[in-house]
Structure formats: C-alpha cells, structure tokens
Design a protein around this ligand. Structure first.
Ligand code: IPM
Ligand code: MG
Length: 367
C-alpha cells in the first residue's frame, strides 16, 4: 500500500477521455520516479445519476473525505438539462466542495510561450502572463440562505443570498497571502464594497489579515473594474483574491487570456488532515464539452496540469510538478496541438491519446 491515495472521478463528457491520459502520467510516476499512488475510481455527475439516481452517492462522498486528493474530470451535459435542480450533475461537484470544506480555489492563468498567439488579446498583453486567482469556494451567494423560488403578491420571486462571515473571509485571505508570499508578493482583493455590505466586510477583514503579511503589497479593486483591468493589462496582477461568484466570472475571463480553456488546471484546498496534507480536489477549469466528447479531440493538458498541482500541493513534490509542467511546455514547443489549439498554418491536430503519449515521452526524456 502506498501512503499516497487518490480518488479519480472522471465524470461526464470529455472527463473520462482526459482522465485516461492522466492515468498514464500517474503510472509513469510510479514506474520511473518511485512515487506510487493508491488509485481508486468512482462516478460523479451525470454518470453517477445514470447509475444511482444521484450525482454523488454517500459512499463516494465518504471515499472523497478519506483520500489525500480527489482528481475530478468534468460534470454535466445537455441530456441532464431537464433534471430536477437537486440532482443536476453540478450538485455533485458542489456537494464535494462544500462537505470537504474546500474553501480556497486556486486558479492559475498562465500563458505558455508557444500559445501566446492564441489569445484573443494581443501577444504583448498576454505573453509571459502568470497569475493566480484565489476564489472562495464554499460560501457566498452559491450557498447562502435564504434561497429558492417563492411566490409573493401573485408572482414568483427568485432568491439567493450573499453572505460571508469574518472567519470565512479570513481563512481564504490567509491562503491568498501565503500564496503571494511564495510568488511575487503582490495581492489584489476584489469585491464590490461600493454597493455590498459583504464587500465592505470583505475589504476590512482582508486589510486586517494583511497586517500579518507586511511583505505583501495589498491592493483593493471593485470587481467590475478588476474585470476591465484583467483584459486591459493582466500582467499588473500576481495573486487575486475574491469571493465565490466574482471568482467564477473573473477566472473564466482570465482563462481566456491564455488562449484556451483547455489548458488551465485548478486546485481546491481545505484544512489540513491528520497526516498534515490539506483536504484537496483538483480539476481542470474547462467543462465537459459534450459537443466533442467521445471523439478523441479533447485537450488533456488542463487535467494533466491539475495532477501537477496535486503533486505540488498535496504531496509536496514541487520538483516533480515542475518536471510535469516542463514536459507540457516541451510538447507545445514541439508544435503538438489538439483541435482546440489550431490556427497555425499547416498544423494537423493530434488526438487526446497522442497528446497524452507525447507528454509521457517528454517525461521520459527529462530523466
Ligand atoms: C466552475 C463551474 C462551476 C461553478 C459549475 C459547474 C457549478 O463554473 O467550477 O467554475 O459555477 O463553480
Ligand atoms: Mg465557472
């Protein structure tokens, strides 16, 4: 038995295809680097609904609580659009985040040199971009009560509640400051303190936490202005910390700066477990892409890089994470492109499997 346990939840759409490539990478680390992982696999999202009538069974939830890290592919698809809200595929993902208490969602947006021309923004604006959005993931309007659709004065009213406690803001702020300390020592906090009380409290608490981090240059921005600045000159940022909903929007915008949603990984981290490792789930930022599922077209890089984040944040294998990121860099520099990355003249796309194999070959070459 290895003391590194992983639960793989491939999910729906392209999830299983990209995860198959990650499994090759995991196997490589066992064979070539002596890093054995105890891997189990289970269902989530629509796949779990089809098998069990729920997007996440209690048994899978229990397993997720026990392992060192969960690796998730993607959830959702048009065939599930008409399901009741409570059993939609996304509910499985939200339950994992909430019950594992994964409050700090790290979403890097990094522009690979070879891909700087794929962004819809000018090369100049994005080349060399390397920022991280830290999104609060277990509170705010995603989970606040009251919520629901009620009837009032003979019409229906849709209700969601933005709600943050001081301790919820404080812990995610600390995670962001800690990350900033390991990077460029610059943190920008985004909220709407001009219109929301939760934003006023957010700004106050982040400022207070900042006193413990005198080396980090802290700034504040209204989230709408932040969205504009992200598109105008994203390299002004290093780490951004923001709430659940703003983080959802800003991270999609940031992802597009890099040219392809197919490239970006994420880590969702919670409190340390008994063995000192944080509760953790890793997933690509892209969704289930049902339009290309099952065709071998999906880009496995976001999911592979999510495993690199697992090496770094769950298993303290920063050098091996660097090796994997370098291998991805290498295959891109060699000109390999999945279908989402086409546009250069004379380039034929490689399949999901070919991309995975090339990454493993690049890992071999790194030894
Ligand atoms: C994300 C997604 C999810 C979210 C959905 C699938 C529930 O958009 O991870 O950004 O809104 O958080
Ligand atoms: Mg999103």
């Amino acid at each position: 038995m290895s003391d590194r346990s992983l639960l793989i939840l491939p999910g729906d759409g392209i999830g299983p295809e990209v995860m198959a490539e990650v499994r090759k990478v995991i196997a490589w680390y066992g064979d070539k680097r002596g890093l054995d992982f105890d891997v189990s696999e289970d269902l989530v999202g629509g796949a779990a609904y089809d098998a069990h009538g729920t997007p996440l069974t209690d048994a899978t939830m229990d397993k997720a609580q026990e392992v060192d890290a969960v690796l998730l592919g993607a959830v959702g698809g048009p065939q599930y659009d008409d399901l009741d809200f409570g059993v939609k595929p996304e509910r499985g993902l939200l339950r994992l985040r909430k019950e594992m208490d994964l409050f700090a969602n790290l979403r890097p947006a990094q522009c690979f040199d070879a891909l700087a021309d794929f962004s819809s923004l000018k090369r100049d604006v994005v080349a060399g971009l390397d920022i991280v959005i830290v999104r609060e993931l277990t509170s705010g309007i995603y989970f606040g009560e009251p919520r629901g659709i009620i009837t009032e004065n003979n019409e229906r009213v849709g209700i969601n509640t933005q709600r943050y406690t001081e301790s919820e803001i404080e812990r995610v702020a600390r995670a962001a400051f800690d990350l900033a300390m390991k990077r460029g020592k610059k943190l920008c906090s985004m909220e709407k303190a001009n219109v929301m009380e939760s934003g006023i409290l957010w700004r106050e608490v982040v400022t207070e936490v900042g006193k413990d981090y005198p080396d980090v240059a802290l700034s504040h921005m209204y989230a709408d202005a932040g969205a504009m600045q992200l598109c105008r000159w994203p390299k002004q940022f290093d780490v951004i910390v923001t709430d659940n909903l703003f983080g959802d929007l800003l991270s999609d915008a940031a992802a597009m700066l890099t040219g392809s949603l197919g490239m970006l990984p994420s880590a969702s981290l919670g409190l340390p477990m008994a063995n000192g490792r944080p509760k953790a789930m890793y997933e690509p930022v892209h969704g289930s892409a049902p339009d290309i599922a099952g065709q071998g077209k999906a880009n496995p890089i976001a999911c592979v890089l999510s495993f690199a984040m697992a090496l770094r944040y769950s298993f303290d294998e920063g050098a091996e994470a660097d090796r994997l990121e370098q291998a991805v860099n290498q295959v891109l520099a060699d000109g390999l492109r999945t279908a989402d990355l086409l546009g250069e003249e004379g380039v034929e796309p490689v399949s999901t499997i070919q991309m995975g194999d090339a990454i493993v070959a690049a890992l071999d070459a790194s030894l």
